[in-house]
Design a protein around this ligand. Structure first.
Ligand code: FES
Ligand code: FE2
Length: 411
C-alpha cells in the first residue's frame, strides 16, 4: 500500500506518489549521499566544533531531577567535558561544567557517562579541598578562606555556567559560550508540532544503553526510516508496519513523520492483549486521547506513532499511551553511545504490570534487532569501497539529516 499524502508545510505533494517526498522537498535532491561523514575522522572533528559544540542538546528529563538539590552529571565526550545539572530551591534546573574553580578537579568525581545524586541543601562540594557551590553556581564556602590572598575574588570563582533551558520537560544545554540563539528559536516550529503530549505523565521509564563501534549517524539513521521493518524486524514485528512514511514535515534542521500500520497488521495476540490491558503500551492503540492535534491531523486509523528527529542526535516518538526516544552520543568518529528510553504510564494492577513488562520486552527485542546492523555497516563503510549511499524516497529523513549536516559543517 502506498501511504496517503501528508499535508506538509507547503500543502499536499504533487507528482508521482512513489517520489512524493522528493516532489515536496526538491531542495534535498535525489542523488546518492556521500559516506564520508560516517567514516572520516576529519569530518568528525568539524562536526564536533560546528554542530555538537554549537547547538542545543537534550541532556536530561525533568523527572530525573524531581526535587530541589537533585543533580545529574552527564559526560559530553565530543567536548571533553561533563556537565552538572542541578535543580535549585527555586525549582529551576541549571547547568555547569563539572570543574572546580580551585585547582580544576571534577567537582563531582565521575564514574561512567551518567551519574545521579541529591543534596538537600542544593549544593555540591568538591571532595579535593571542600569548596562548596550552590545551585546558582555561586561559590559559597572555601575552607581556610583567610589564607587566600587579597587578589582572590570569591564572587568570580563560581562554577562555569552552561546555557540551560527546558522544553516540555526535556532539559537542554548549549555549550557555545558565545551562542545567542534561544532554545525556543532553535526548536522553531518543531516545538509547536511536538508540544502538548503528556510526556511528564507517562513517566514509567525503561532505559537501555550500549556503546556501538559505529559513527553516531550510522546508529541514528537505522532508526530514522521504516524501510527496514520487513527485514530487520521480521522476528519481532512481522507484517506490522508499512515501510513508507506519512506526513513528512521538515522544520529547519528538525524533521518529523508518521509510521503507519500495514493493512491487516499481524501483531501477535499476546501483544494485542498487553496493549488492551495497558491502554496503549504498544504502538497499535488506535484511540487518540492524548495526541496533540498536530500529530496525525488526518485522523488516519492506521496511524501507529510519530517518528521525529530533533537535530542533531535525538529521536522522539509519540503514540497513544507511550513515547520513546533514541539518542546518539559520539565518542569518536566510529564509536557511539546509544540510549533508548521507553516511557508509559505506571501500572496500577498486576495485569497492567505484566502488560507493561511484555511491551518493554517487545521494544527491547526490536531495538536489539536495530542495533544489530550498525557495527557491520560501519566496518563495510570504512573499507572505502563504496563512496556513496543510495537512498529511496521514504528514506527522506535520513537524506534531510545529511543535508542539514552539510549546511552546519561546510557552511
Ligand atoms: S580542586 Fe576543588 S576544592 Fe580544590
Ligand atoms: Fe527498527
Amino acid at each position: 500500500m502506498l501511504l496517503g499524502l501528508g499535508g506538509g508545510p507547503r500543502g499536499a505533494a504533487m507528482g508521482s506518489d512513489r517520489q512524493r517526498w522528493a516532489t515536496l522537498y526538491p531542495e534535498l535532491g535525489t542523488g546518492p549521499v556521500s559516506t564520508e561523514p560516517c567514516i572520516s575522522p576529519a569530518f568528525y572533528e568539524r562536526e564536533k566544533e560546528r554542530v555538537f559544540k554549537k547547538v542545543w542538546l537534550k541532556v536530561a528529563r525533568d523527572e530525573e531531577l524531581p526535587k530541589p538539590g537533585d543533580w545529574k552529571v552527564k559526560k559530553l565526550h565530543f567536548a571533553d567535558t561533563s556537565i552538572i545539572l542541578i535543580r535549585g530551591k527555586d525549582g529551576v534546573v541549571r547547568g555547569y561544567h563539572n570543574i572546580c574553580s580551585h585547582r580544576g578537579n571534577q567537582v563531582i568525581v565521575e564514574h561512567g557517562d551518567e551519574m545521579f545524586g541529591a543534596n538537600r541543601a542544593a549544593v555540591v562540594t568538591c571532595r579535593f579541598h571542600g569548596w562548596v557551590y550552590d545551585a546558582h553556581g555561586k561559590l559559597v564556602h572555601v575552607p581556610s578562606e583567610e589564607r587566600f590572598y587579597a587578589c582572590f575574588e570569591k564572587e568570580k570563582n563560581g562554577l562555569t555556567a552552561v546555557r540551560t533551558d527546558t522544553w516540555e520537560g526535556f532539559v537542554f544545554v548549549n555549550l557555545d559560550p558565545d551562542g545567542r540563539e534561544s532554545l525556543r528559536d532553535y526548536l522553531g516550529a518543531y516545538a509547536e508540532h511536538m508540544r502538548g503530549f503528556p510526556y511528564g505523565e507517562l513517566d514509567s521509564c525503561h532505559t537501555y544503553h550500549t556503546y556501538l563501534r559505529c559513527n553516531w549517524k550510522v546508529a541514528h539513521d537505522a532508526f530514522a526510516e521504516a524501510y527496514h521493518v520487513d527485514t530487520i524486524h521480521a522476528g519481532t514485528l512481522p507484517n506490522v508496519f508499512s515501510t513508507g512514511l506519512a506526513n513528512v514535515k521538515l522544520f529547519g534542521p528538525h524533521r518529523t513523520s508518521a509510521v503507519c500500520l500495514r493493512p491487516g497488521e499481524h501483531f501477535r495476540p499476546v501483544q494485542k492483549i498487553a496493549d488492551a490491558i495497558g491502554g496503549g503500551y504498544t504502538v497499535i492503540h488506535h484511540r487518540a486521547t492524548m495526541l496533540p492535534l498536530t500529530i496525525n491531523p488526518d485522523h488516519r486509523t492506521d496511524f501507529s506513532f510519530e517518528l521525529s528527529v530533533l537535530f542533531p542526535n535525538l529521536l522522539i516518538h509519540v503514540s497513544e499511551g507511550l513515547w520513546f526516544t533514541h539518542q546518539f552520543w559520539p565518542l569518536a568518529h566510529n564509536l557511539t553511545r546509544w540510549e533508548g528510553k521507553y516511557y508509559a504510564r505506571k501500572p496500577l494492577t498486576n495485569s497492567q504490570a505484566w502488560a507493561l513488562h511484555s511491551a518493554q520486552i517487545l521494544f527491547r527485542n526490536a531495538w536489539l534487532e536495530d542495533t544489530g546492523t550498525m557495527e557491520a555497516t560501519q566496518v563495510a563503510l570504512s573499507s572505502g569501497v563504496r563512496k556513496v549511499m543510495n537512498l529511496q524516497d521514504d528514506e527522506v529523513l535520513v537524506r534531510h539529516g545529511y543535508h542539514v549536516l552539510d549546511r552546519y559543517v561546510n557552511a
